[in-house]
Design a protein around this ligand. Structure first.
Ligand code: HEM
Length: 155
């Protein structure tokens, strides 16, 4: 886990350099085609990862407090899952279209710090691993998500 996260940071650095010309909110595709999307099991595979991810987040005491209000409404949980599936699907070259808020607008005022962001990324890595996603693909996905830190974490 430590090794793969270290590698993720390295990918994130190069991804950050590649993406400096892009608007951060746009979640640029992680690859030109949809091979990664297929390897993840297309929409059904991504839904499974997101379901597992939510389960891991709910059990994670570092960050589950942020989702206390979300957890009170099944509709809100379903909306969040749908947005995450579409965001990840789009980012890995699938046909999904993310229609939710910008990362800045979605998280402004929540008081998210680096420790929370890192915990959430670790939880996503755990969900990907649980679904047998390879280290290389985990790193590619990390390379798309980590540059969003600047829009999500508040000083
Ligand atoms: C790369 C990291 C992250 C991504 C890709 C991400 C993605 C999203 C998305 C797509 C939404 C829904 C936006 C909408 O409603 O239109 C959302 C909402 C939210 N996020 Fe994040 N997020 C990230 C990090 C975090 C972190 C670190 C926290 C706190 C620990 C957090 C807490 C929340 C909360 C509380 C909501 C509102 C949920 C609701 O509607 O009830 N997010 N996020």
């Amino acid at each position: 886990m430590k090794k793969s996260l270290l590698r993720m940071s390295a990918v994130a650095l190069s991804a950050a350099m590649l993406f400096t010309a892009c608007k951060k909110d746009d979640a640029p595709p992680a690859n030109a085609g949809s091979e990664l999307y297929k390897r993840l099991g297309s929409n059904a595979g991504i839904k499974k990862v997101v379901d597992d991810f939510i389960g891991i987040v709910v059990a994670d005491n570092v960050i589950n407090g942020f989702f206390a209000n979300t957890a009170k409404s099944q509709e809100r949980v379903d909306d969040l899952k749908m947005n995450l599936v579409n965001q990840i699907g789009q980012a890995v070259g699938g046909p999904e279209k993310y229609t939710g808020l910008s990362m800045k607008a979605a998280h402004v005022g929540l008081g998210i710090k680096d420790v929370h962001f890192n915990a959430l990324v670790n939880d996503l890595v755990a969900a990907l691993k649980k679904n047998n996603v390879s280290d290389a693909d985990v790193n590619t996905i990390g390379g798309v998500l980590l540059p969003m830190r600047a829009d999500i974490v508040e000083p």
